[in-house]
Design a protein around this ligand. Sequence first.
Ligand SMILES: Nc1ncnc2c1ncn2[C@@H]1O[C@H](COP(=O)(O)OP(=O)(O)OP(=O)(O)O)[C@@H](O)[C@H]1O
Ligand SMILES: Cc1cn([C@H]2C[C@H](O)[C@@H](COP(=O)(O)O)O2)c(=O)[nH]c1=O
Length: 212
Amino acid sequence: MNGQFISFEGPDGAGKTSVLKAIGEELRVKYGDNLMLTREPGGNKISESIRNIILDPINTEMDVRTEALLYAAARRQHLMETVIPALKAGKLVISDRYVDSSVAYQGGGREIGEQAVWQMNQFAIDGLEPDLTVYLDIESEEGIRRIKTHRTDEINRLDVEALEFHQRVRKSYLNLLEQNPERIKLVDASQPLDKVLQDVKETMLQKYPNLF
Ligand SMILES: Nc1ncnc2c1ncn2[C@@H]1O[C@H](COP(=O)(O)OP(=O)(O)OP(=O)(O)O)[C@@H](O)[C@H]1O
Ligand SMILES: Cc1cn([C@H]2C[C@H](O)[C@@H](COP(=O)(O)O)O2)c(=O)[nH]c1=O
């Protein structure tokens, strides 16, 4: 495939949405329709429908493996319908979350096991990993504080989990970082947004010197 595939990862409240909005606006000027900004779970009609089921706070009965399987199903549809066609067309694809989220949230946070969730997701991703993953790192307490104090849009079923859940998610992300130092690059997301943006751009430029 000719295109480049970049994912953004991080605990809730790390600032992915804010960073991707700014980076996306800048890249759009250069790439136009050759930039695809997308997200997981979601990115197309079927995957957005699955997203609504997973994240709806009303679905308190959802089993943790059901949750993991639904994320993987949304991911498969996202790949086949959205990501792979764009990569084949030579586009720059930037996804807000990908398979590392499942390893961290379901593997670590829900305690299904990082390896078990990674294995189960191979059926969905068939070996397709991002070329670069930008991991926005934030202490769990600060991520939760940001969501509770600033955010006015959706508070989802995972946002309201206990502090210990978010701490396990972050620990799993840090494990992934240690295991994949070539692919995953950490940016300190506790800094002011301008500095986070600067560090994210530098990280992306290290991999793709002509990206911006
Ligand atoms: N560097 C920053 N410093 C202070 N506040 C920030 C920073 N980045 C984002 N915020 C604020 O924190 C809140 C959460 O940010 P944002 O929605 O971008 O995070 P997110 O990682 O996309 O969260 P989620 O994964 O839960 O959707 C927002 O209100 C945003 O304005
Ligand atoms: C892909 C994916 C996501 N999650 C969680 C992480 C967040 O709490 C929500 C998505 O909301 P966002 O505001 O779009 O970040 O879903 C998960 O638990 N597992 C996954 O695979």
